[in-house]
Design a protein around this ligand. Sequence first.
Ligand SMILES: *[C@@H]1O[C@H](CO)[C@@H](O)[C@H](O)[C@H]1NC(C)=O
Length: 422
Amino acid sequence: MLFSKVIFAALTFFGAILPHTLAVRYDSGVINKIMTHYGDDIIVVNDNFEICDVDIEVDFEGWVATGHLEIDVTFQSAVKNFGARRLANTLCDAVGEAHVVFDDDGSPNPIGCSSNLVNDGSAIQPAETLDFYNGLSSQGNWRLDLKRLFFGTLNQWALILTPCTNSPTASPTDASSDGAGTGDPHFKTWANKWYDFHGECDLVFISNPKFSQGTGLEIHIRTKARFQYSFIESAAVQIGTDILEVGAYGGYMLNGISNAELDKMDKYTVSHEKVSPKQDVFTIELGKGKQIVVQSFKDLVSVKTVGASLEEYGDSMGLLGEFGSGKWLARNGTVISKADAFGMEWQILESEPKLFQTQRSPQWPMQCTMPNNEKVGRRGLGESIAEAAAEKACEHWGDLKDQCVYDVMAAGDLELAEAGAF
Ligand SMILES: *[C@@H]1O[C@H](CO)[C@@H](O)[C@H](O)[C@H]1NC(C)=O
């Protein structure tokens, strides 16, 4: 297949109005691909820039039986499938050629049973808007599907992307959700999936030696079992050679010095806010609104990323899984299927750096201490706090309400609900 790329002024392209910026055209070239019922074709984009507009030009010929041709485009980056958009549906009883550009700014509702095929390359609106992809990084596979009762030939097609800036090397934007470790402890992988691991030990939360051109980022957490639940009792973040350790009630050390003045970690600004006597928030600013946030609520500690992107975490390993997919990867890259095995895998090894100032048992090769009979003790939950009270206190937690209720009851502490999206 031929891939050619032409940069041209968008203003000249089918009347689309895209001032001040150059669209980049990725063309399949003439492929004349024969498609029966179903066919697809992929254009690979190697450039990486933030997308501000997407148009798709399609040129095909053939017979379309009553009621059904579906044309979809799907974008899959190296780390994530961003899903399909329907360009056209129900292109009825048509014989002949079609040459159209699907453009959010095109003419409305062009394709239907009563209309003729557009064959002059004019711009029409897709069935689902393409601005869906705006803000993503361009790099990846763009696939065009022609399916259902279509017997014909895809002559050629093109993907027209407008970068948000004229720099084709603009840094990639989000390709993943944020990761977190909170509460009881619940972990949220890069793919926005929650799981629990109740082992008591020191664990690798995030490890990315390639962070910031090799400056390196390591985040370790120390979990502790108490009564019927376990929690993160402290977290240590290392950027370059600077280490911030946060524990109960906002107690912290910077490079081993308690309550040291907080200013920078490596070149990144770090700050501490005492939100209330019970809640402390430490924020490391990574630029462009991206952050690492470590919080304590009484003696429970949480860590989360804000605005995570490939740039900081693309190469990271640890309890949040593979960036983008969230797959539970072992150190050797194999996929682990059980949460307990995955948690155990990320216990800090003897050979790995120790970020915490003090040692606490168990340390490798002694394994994480697991609760005796998993969750059995949890039957006693609710003895101190009624479920109804917990539910009420957790009302404002939205999606995470169940988790909040669970934590409040496990910890026997209604105030935990106050901490917001802790
Ligand atoms: C990879 O790591 C997993 C989990 O630690 C282990 O079970 C597996 O045997 C390892 N595979 C290889 C090929 O080393």
